[in-house]
Design a protein around this ligand. Structure first.
Ligand code: ZN
Length: 303
């Protein structure tokens, strides 16, 4: 289907919901807008204080509450970019991503339970009160030196749990090098991919976050390539989605200018999120609004 068809469909459903409203049924609060923009949020450290690369748990709780109250509903990047999500009519998808696989994103107690002082626990607690905002976090992992989430005895369980809860795991390279300056960029991507394949042998990684938002040479290596490990084993990757570090909302997955290999994100620090929420409040036509139906995209081969 072309975007034009979607626009026609969106108009059609808008008329339908208006008619339903006239018949006495409450109309959808927001008219469907499948061409609007979507926020892909980006978190790094979570903890007790706020900072440029750090979000306090209290601020994170407020972010979740503001998003939920604003009619945003979480989806994974895999779902968003493939158009494979079904949200209630009038709501807007939002993606929450977490870079660098840091301890206070997903922390376990010594007994192997989710510790309360981590982003995952805060989100799970929030979703118990607000079942319409389930955990759909996208975790971009650096796997070098057993550093993924900083508790090597639990790495596999943590990754399994993220998937079991409905989240997504993506590659963020082995050791977070500047790929633009790294002559061995394929090795950094490939080793990260290989580590994730070992931890999650039945899972296909489709999303990649560029360290510092910097592309390798050639840029296409960020989404497709191969690397032979020191033992001669070949590792391949073919990522549908590549995310940048900044700086603004992403186009609708149904828009012509949607480029899954260059997806902008919004870094959540200070008042950045409130500003964007305010922006979409004052520019409602820029905002993606679901029509309550699923519209999967059929990717061309090689994407
Ligand atoms: Zn990073």
């Amino acid at each position: 289907m072309t975007w034009k068809t979607y626009r026609t469909l969106a108009g059609f459903f808008a008329v339908l919901s208006f008619a339903a409203g006239a018949a006495g049924q409450a109309p959808a609060r927001r008219q469907p807008n499948l061409g609007g923009e979507v926020m892909i949020l980006e978190y790094h450290h979570l903890g007790n204080t706020d900072g440029r690369w750090r979000r306090s748990f209290a601020s994170f709780d407020r972010d979740l509450a503001a998003l939920e109250a604003g009619g945003y509903r979480p989806v994974t990047l895999r779902q968003l970019a493939a158009g494979k999500f079904t949200l209630p009519a009038g709501t807007t998808p939002v993606v929450l991503t977490f870079d660098d696989s840091l301890l206070h994103q997903v922390k376990f107690t010594p007994q192997g339970k989710v510790a309360p002082d981590c982003g995952l626990a805060r989100w799970l607690a929030f979703s118990r009160q607000h079942p319409d905002f389930p955990m759909r976090g996208v975790f971009f992992v650096n796997s070098a030196y057993h550093l993924a989430f900083r508790q090597s005895q639990f790495t596999r369980q943590k990754l399994d749990l993220i998937l079991k809860l409905g989240g997504e795991v993506g590659n963020h390279t082995w050791e977070h090098t500047n790929l633009g300056r790294n002559a061995q960029a394929a090795a950094d991507i490939g080793r990260g991919q290989q580590a994730l394949e070992r931890w999650l042998p039945h899972y296909t990684i489709v999303s990649f976050a560029l360290p510092y938002g910097i592309f390798p040479h050639p840029p296409s290596l960020a989404w497709a390539g191969s690397w032979r490990d020191p033992r001669g084993r070949l590792v391949r990757w073919n990522y549908r989605n590549v995310v940048l570090v900044g700086d603004g909302p992403a186009p609708s997955p149904y828009a012509r200018r949607f480029d899954p290999h260059r997806l902008p994100r919004i870094q959540v620090f200070d008042h950045a999120l409130s500003r964007w929420l305010h922006y979409f409040q004052t520019h409602p036509r820029r905002r993606f609004v679901s029509d309550g139906r699923n519209h999967p995209l059929h990717f061309l081969s090689g994407r």
